[in-house]
Design a protein around this ligand. Structure first.
Ligand SMILES: Cc1cc2nc3c(=O)[nH]c(=O)nc-3n(C[C@H](O)[C@H](O)[C@H](O)COP(=O)(O)O)c2cc1C
Length: 333
């Protein structure tokens, strides 16, 4: 089955199963494992466990109950843009099974921020929700700030933290916003609005792995200057290095961001870089290529306060979440 259709089909089947009363509760107790030892107190929030769902899986906040039942400690919705947009033409999601990787050029397909708000109003279980926000494709970079402010305002009452996404490779020009001046302008504007809100929210920046040390230095400084709560590292990579899949097959798939197992080394290296450059109270969420309990533990030991998963859900299935939690518990004893 086409990977994008498979994604929707699987979610529909899961939702159906959870809707059957007895089956639903036994499924959710089978997936869940939350004990006080797994809890993390961060950003003024109490995370029941450190394993979160990465952005892009539930773009429109349609599957929060289901993801909560699978045992995630927090769920990041989005990337959400102010107006609905279709994204790139299909096919735009490809599997690389030999590498346990995915290539996607979805292009921020989403139903728009108002649709996300509507869904969040409908289902608000007791789970921490992050709102990952971006700009519409048709919005010029010079006006990007307006898009982020619009989505911030609309989502403010329905999410627990925000993520400013400037790192998707599939929206032309978006990653230019990672440069020092536009980044400082963007983050300062969102932070100003945030600090004038009745309740300010933690705000994190999500960065790409394909940046130089000089860019990392700029980003670290801007994070401090704009008083961000933290950083999510990292988004998908445009690199195709070190893959087992044949170069013909990869060329045929075309442009897009690569995620999954091959991203891990790059992601861990960047996490370590930022951890040593940033003050300890700056929160870092580690994401990219985590596909085993050992990798999850290594990422946390390297200084991630929390971790997130996307591609491994496709290759390892949701059982991975519980396996990670078991492993972390065993380590704690
Ligand atoms: C199909 C797909 C769509 C994604 N969409 C988004 C998105 O909308 N916003 C975002 O910040 N990250 C998005 N991501 C990136 C993931 O959140 C994550 O940073 C990346 O996949 C690395 O983690 P992984 O190796 O565990 O998949 C997407 C990833 C995939 C595979």
């Amino acid at each position: 089955m086409d990977p994008e259709r498979a994604h929707h089909w699987t979610l529909t089947q899961f939702r159906r199963a959870l809707g059957v009363p007895l089956l639903g509760s036994s499924l959710s107790s089978a997936w869940k494992l939350d004990t006080p030892e797994l809890e993390r107190e961060l950003m003024g929030l109490n995370f029941p466990n450190p394993v979160g769902l990465a952005a892009g899986f539930d773009k429109n906040a349609e599957h929060i109950d289901l993801m909560h039942k699978l045992g995630f400690g927090f769920i990041e919705i989005g990337t959400v843009t102010p107006r609905a947009q279709a994204g790139n033409p299909q096919p735009r999601l490809f599997r690389l099974p030999a590498d346990e990787a995915l290539i996607n050029r979805m292009g921020f397909n989403n139903a728009g921020v108002e649709a996300a708000v509507k869904n969040l109003k409908k289902s608000r279980p007791h789970v921490i929700i992050g709102g990952n926000i971006g700009k519409n494709k048709t919005t010029e970079n010079s006006r990007a700030v307006d898009d982020y402010l619009l989505s911030y305002k609309a989502l403010h009452d329905y999410v627990d933290y925000f993520v400013i996404n400037v790192s998707s490779p599939n929206t032309p020009g978006l990653r230019e916003l990672q440069r020092r001046e536009p980044l400082l302008r963007l983050l300062s504007a969102v932070q100003e609005l945030n600090q004038h809100s009745q309740t300010s929210r933690p705000i994190l920046l999500k960065v790409a792995p394909d940046i130089t040390d000089l860019q990392r230095e700029d980003i670290a400084e801007v994070l401090l200057q704009s008083q961000m709560t933290g950083l999510i590292t990292c988004n998908t990579t445009i690199s195709r290095d070190g893959l087992h899949t044949s170069s013909d097959t990869i060329a045929h798939m075309g442009a897009g961001g690569l995620s999954g197992a091959p991203l891990y080394d790059q992601s861990l290296r960047q996490l370590r870089w930022f951890r040593s450059a940033l003050p300890r109270d700056m929160v870092i969420i580690g994401v990219g290529g985590i596909n085993s309990p050992e990798r999850a533990a290594e990422m946390l030991a390297a200084g991630a306060d929390l971790i997130q998963i996307y591609s491994a859900l496709i290759y390892e299935g949701p059982a991975l979440i519980k396996k990670i939690k078991h492993h972390l518990l065993a380590q704690a004893h």
